[in-house]
Write a protein that binds this ligand. Structure first.
Ligand code: SAM
Length: 210
């Protein structure tokens, strides 16, 4: 359903919020809940300099991802793992990113605790998540192929069931876990948010032990 150019482009929009390339250094990026791989492919189209790793806890999704990566002629490691127990050392990544992931987590606190751990101090965390106050009535007017509008409609329905965010709710959750907010912008005609936060260089000593 998401294997089309418009979804890929929206995934690529996440990469516009990554820090600029540094000479002689590749940006390490972890795409959480990579699903069928479309988000990673879209991100690499925009930021071919990134060293991207995709992670998902569904073996079946990773099988789809392998197939789509091959179709796109794209290569990056796919890791089978759960965000609540990430198989990476602390402070490993320059950037964490995900498209449509946080709202799905049964234990968001456990997931965010692990994400905070593996992000390096000063690192960026960029996400696209569904906005509870968005209106499904915009979907028929959205630009793009029929398949894109259908995927938006399904995204809306599925995320209504699992849980969408209001801006302050998303911010409060991220701040509670120690992230510092840079921006939260509406996207997809108000159906979603792109949020950009950072792990502070020095942890807040008053940060609760979650
Ligand atoms: C909506 S899909 C993401 C789609 C993908 N980002 C894209 O745009 O192509 C969400 C993914 O998160 C994965 N997921 C959900 N909970 C997870 C967890 N606790 N750990 C790792 N992956 C998880 C699901 O298996 C699913 O593939």
């Amino acid at each position: 359903m998401t294997w089309h150019e418009v979804w890929r482009r929206h995934c690529g929009d996440l990469a516009d919020h990554f820090p600029p390339p540094e000479p002689g250094r590749r940006l390490s990026v972890l795409d959480l809940g990579i699903g069928p791989g479309v988000s990673g492919i879209g991100i690499l189209e925009r930021r071919p300099d990134a060293w991207l790793v995709g992670l998902d806890f569904s073996a079946e999704m990773l099988r789809h991802a392998r197939r789509y990566l091959a179709l796109a002629g794209c290569h990056f490691p796919l890791i089978h793992g759960d965000v609540t127990h990430l198989p990476f050392a602390s402070d490993s990544f320059d950037v964490l990113t995900h498209h449509s992931f946080l709202y799905l987590l049964a234990d968001r606190d456990a997931g965010l605790r692990e994400m905070y751990r593996v992000l390096r101090p000063g690192g960026h965390y960029v996400m696209l998540e569904p906005n509870r106050l968005g209106s499904v009535t915009v979907v028929p007017k959205m630009k793009g192929p029929f398949q894109f509008r259908l995927s938006m409609l399904l995204w809306r329905v599925v995320s209504t069931g699992f849980g969408q965010f209001e801006r302050t709710e998303l911010l409060d959750l991220l701040q509670k876990h120690g992230f510092v907010c840079e921006r939260v912008d509406e996207t997809l005609d108000g159906l979603g948010f792109i949020a950009v936060v950072r792990k502070p260089l020095v942890a807040d000593p008053l940060r609760p032990n979650l």
